[in-house]
Design a protein around this ligand. Structure first.
Ligand code: MIC
Ligand code: SF4
Length: 653
């Protein structure tokens, strides 16, 4: 039987297991990369495992999130990351070099490889035909320490593209917004999206990468395009022709489902607040006034799209009441735009040009004003993520954004009567890797840790039963931004769990951390969640900080993949209501006993009994854990688990 692209890559990397949907497989990984906001923890964890050198062929540590330097904390983290990368054998991408996903696509990603990244938008590399998966920091650390990567084999969905985009008005961003409109933020859970069909050849590598990047918003494990002549040209233009291999699905390849998407039918779209799947055609929101427009991020920062934006802005001026911010995704793109005059066109029109970093996307500067509408070519518009709790963030293509910046309101680009230039395909990108520092061979090199960098807390081993208080009951689609907010004030605390834990659920229940600490000695706390609990970012701080506060278990209707793995990695038990109706009965403040949980987990039982001690009734929960996850939970998480397997060990304080 023929094979699809995903099966081909997985089979070439299979260490154990059968790649059948739902089965546990373990894989050999070619590349691991970290970004600073999750990377400081990941590298502390790697150090705590006690291995002398990274054991994957390529490891890269990027700095792109915490670039604002309002005090010593972020720059200290940069020095820590640079010294630890050098010491243990990773490349280091200095602040200013760009957003990890964009830089990785340009300089390292390669078809047929498997990459893990400590960021949920790692699937950007799928645009080049790489299987690129977002994971928590500890998962990445364990793989860098030589462990295989274990994952439940997802189902592979074929997205069959036909037709041609209505350029320049419709872009790759509209393709993924269309999928989000159809499938929602839960539509990709447990799935990999593999793109195929004649429409694939209408899309450049950066356009494909926009689509795979924002596949993360579908909840998908990852997304991938085939590697073809277009991929070859891109790699050649990056001076990396040697990294090209052809990779296509066999004509008789099998998929668990097929989605037909005619590119010609797609129109300019926009996601309304506060979810990326809240998608409508731009024409329906015609005339909506905007206060701020942001263009760039890891989703929409290619040289081509930025040139198109520049052509819209050239010789014009942004509207009186609009502030336009542009953050090109990489130094390569930035430098090319500067050299060809595009940056001058942007500045001339009134744009505020930011450094190549995440910036406003994660509330690192550029927060909108009170109640303001911000239109962004980014990938997430969760409430409060911009740094302003009551702002309204809309998501759209850079074309829609640039036109709105000029007009001061949303306009369907097809009606704007603005000519947009699409540049010729780049034959040779500008290669200037002077902010990319190769690994060093000096094993005596000192790793420098500033005073804000604290050790990783570890959970104690599992107790016989959990008797804890329901501190919070939440609805569906709770994001990791809800659990562990980001923004310029909180992000610098990513290397300091005691300090950052004060902000857990801060925007939902500001008293959460204080209450949790009070309950910590009295059995700890339980959280009740709805569907898709923990969607969004890969930040393991959304598990680690609640663990520090005494979170023992989360009982939800369903979980998002990365967060669920992070919970287990830190010894927190994810349980699923056997009967979702039981969700309704539970109230905050009630005390629950999860009976004999240690036995249930170690003996491989698939259901546990929960007693509501306060109300005097019981209900069942599903214990959907594989063998390895059971071992991890019994040990108190991944770190104690690996350390018990490997000697010699380094002491943990
Ligand atoms: C995000 O877009 O939410 C982030 C910030 O890049 C996160 C990582 C983090 O929280 O550090 C992600 O996508 O995983
Ligand atoms: Fe950075 Fe935003 Fe991309 Fe996350 S989504 S990596 S914050 S640019």
């Amino acid at each position: 039987m023929g094979k699809n692209v995903v099966e081909k890559i997985i089979e070439a990397h299979l260490v154990s297991g059968e790649p059948v949907p739902g089965r546990l497989i373990s894989l050999k990984v070619d590349q691991v990369y970290t970004q600073d906001a999750t990377g400081t923890m990941a590298w502390l964890e790697f150090e705590a495992i006690g291995i002398d050198r990274v054991k994957v062929p390529l490891a890269v540590s990027y700095v792109d999130h915490n670039t604002l330097q309002t005090d010593f904390m972020n720059p200290d983290d940069h020095v820590f990351l640079q010294t630890i990368a050098a010491r243990y054998g990773a490349w280091f991408s200095k602040p200013g070099n760009g957003i990890s996903h964009q830089v990785h696509l340009e300089r390292f990603a390669a078809p047929g490889k498997i990459a893990l990244g400590t960021d949920s938008h790692t699937p950007t590399g799928g645009g080049i035909g790489m299987l690129a998966i977002g994971v928590g920091g500890l998962e990445a650390a364990s793989v860098m320490a030589g462990e295989p990567f274990e994952i439940t084999m997802p189902r592979v969905v074929n997205v069959r593209l036909t037709g041609r985009l209505q350029r320049p008005y419709v872009t790759a961003m509209d393709v993924i917004l269309e999928l989000l409109r159809r499938l929602t933020v839960k539509g990709g859970v447990g799935k990999i999206f593999e793109y195929s069909g004649p429409g694939v050849s209408d899309l450049s590598v950066p356009e494909r990468a926009t689509i795979t990047n924002m596949g993360a918003e579908l909840g998908a494990t990852t997304s991938v395009f085939p590697s073809d002549e277009i991929t070859k040209k891109f790699l050649k233009a990056q001076g990396r022709l040697k990294d090209w291999v052809e990779l296509r699905a066999d004509p008789d390849a099998n998929y668990s489902e097929t989605i037909e998407l005619n590119l010609s039918d797609i129109e300019p779209l926009v996601a309304r607040p506060h979810s990326p799947d809240n998608v409508v055609p731009v024409r329906e929101l015609k005339g909506t006034k905007v206060n701020q427009v942001c263009i760039g991020s890891c989703t929409n920062s290619s040289y081509s799209i930025m040139r198109q934006v520049a052509s819209i802005l050239r010789g014009r001026a942004i509207a009186k009441n609009v502030s336009l911010l542009i953050n090109p995704g990489s130094k390569q793109v930035y430098e090319m735009l500067a050299r060809d005059g595009s940056i001058a066109d942007m500045i001339g029109a009134g744009a505020r040009i930011l450094e190549s970093a995440c910036g406003p996307c994660i509330g690192m500067g550029g927060a909108p004003g009170t109640g303001h509408i911000s239109l962004r070519s980014y990938n997430r518009n969760f409430k409060g993520r911009s740094g302003t709790k009551d702002a309204f963030v809309y998501l759209a293509s850079p074309i829609v954004c640039a036109i709105a910046a000029l007009k001061g309101e949303l306009v369907d680009p097809r009606d704007a009567q603005i000519e947009i230039e699409i540049p010729d395909e780049v034959e040779e990108f500008l290669i200037n890797d002077n902010l990319l520092i190769p690994p060093q061979e000096d094993r005596d090199l000192k790793v420098i840790k500033g005073p804000n960098i604290k050790e990783v807390p570890v959970m104690e081993a599992l107790s016989d039963q959990v008797e804890a208080t329901v501190l919070l009951k939440l609805g569906d689609n709770i994001t990791t931004d809800d659990i562990m907010p980001a923004g310029s004030k909180i992000l610098p605390l990513r290397s300091n769990i005691p300090a950052i834990s004060e902000y857990v659920f801060h925007n939902i229940e500001p008293g959460f951390s204080k209450r949790a600490l009070e309950l910590k000695e009295k059995g700890g706390v339980i959280i009740i969640g709805g569907e898709n609990y923990g969607q969004g970012s890969s930040r393991e701080h959304a598990a680690l900080a609640p663990m520090y506060l005494g979170l023992k278990a989360v009982i939800a209707k369903s979980f998002a993949r990365i967060h669920r793995a992070n919970l287990i990695n830190f010894g927190i038990i994810p349980l699923v209501f056997s009967d979702p109706e039981d969700y309704k009965k539970i109230k905050e403040g009630e005390k629950l006993r999860i009976k004999d949980i240690k036995k249930v987990i170690t003996e491989g039982k698939e259901e546990a009994m929960v007693e509501n001690i306060s109300e005097g009734y019981s209900f069942k929960v599903k214990v959907e854990l594989n063998k390895r996850e059971r071992s991890l939970l019994s040990a108190g998480g991944l770190l104690p688990y690996i350390r018990s397997k490997s000697t010699p060990q380094q002491s943990l304080s």
